[in-house]
Design a protein around this ligand. Sequence first.
Ligand SMILES: Nc1ncnc2c1ncn2[C@@H]1O[C@H](COP(=O)(O)OP(=O)(O)O)[C@@H](O)[C@H]1O
Ligand SMILES: [Mg+2]
Length: 332
Amino acid sequence: MGIEVVVEGLTKSFGKQNIWQDVSLTLPAGEVSVMLGPSGTGKTVFLKSIIGLLKPEQGRVLINGVDMVNSSERDIMETRKLFGLMFQDGALFGSMSLFDNIAFPLREHTRKKESEIRRTVMERIDIVGLLGAEGKLPGEISGGMRKRAGLARALVLDPQIILCDEPDSGLDPVRTAYLSQLLIDLNAQIDATMLIVTHNLDIAATVPDNMGMLFCRNLVTFGPREVLLTSDTPVVSQFLAGRREGPIGMSEEKDAATLAAEQQLSDSLGGARTVAAPRTVVPQLEPSPGLPVRQGALRRRERVMAMMGQLPEAARTAILNSYAPAAGGARA
Ligand SMILES: Nc1ncnc2c1ncn2[C@@H]1O[C@H](COP(=O)(O)OP(=O)(O)O)[C@@H](O)[C@H]1O
Ligand SMILES: [Mg+2]
């Protein structure tokens, strides 16, 4: 099963520009987590810090006892082999077939025989639904297929932790829905710990077990999906509703004057525009028929049930509903 990732008090700046500070969270083993946040809030910087490619000034990222911030470069390199990375743009080599792109990490980092490489690559191509397209060049296929190829390449070294940076970027809503299902199916099949960075609201609503949000140089919150999906914290509810009204402005933060003017307008309208309607939490995606039950989902249920006492009322209600026998979670 996947490996837990513990982030403690992480702070990252570039020169004088602080990106985020004191970020602490735990990605539970084998569960799927989503990190939301407006553009430029440092989501990609966060992923790069987790794998040790960027060095935060403070804090730790613990994986199997190795600190990806402060341990020796040798230990960090070794631990990095546990990761599969899916980049924003797919990052495929344009002149190589999909097969060769996906085989690349195996040829680069292992001494496997070509026959073995072929078997592994074709298996991953099957998992992501690209059988038949392996001979194509990246330029000959759709954006959605390129994403899948990028995911297949992230899978060839049998990662136990998978990081996806905006896997939906450039995809239409239907392709995004397929991708969401693929991520859940993948989790059911390999039980890896997954962190998906996105600002896609459909993915946020249907894919993760846990969710957090970066805003204004802070981790607003991180916890069971229901906590964010029912939150009345203004930045969270504004973001999840995709509204203009609220603390998030065109360039991330609105200034105090704009906020005050908005509040005044809202008061004059009787508050109707800023009072969020009670949000319904849509059921989380289940693995496709025929696939195993997600072990991460089973563990998550135990974990969340044990922490119910610390959760807000609305989140508790949503969680209990999702685990009620009649609901979609019945299979677990
Ligand atoms: N290597 C770097 N050097 C200096 N600044 C950087 C570097 N990488 C990212 N940044 C800055 O960090 C901020 C957050 O970037 P990023 O993590 O890409 O945001 P997001 O992925 O949330 O859109 C941006 O202001 C960006 O300019
Ligand atoms: Mg980014």
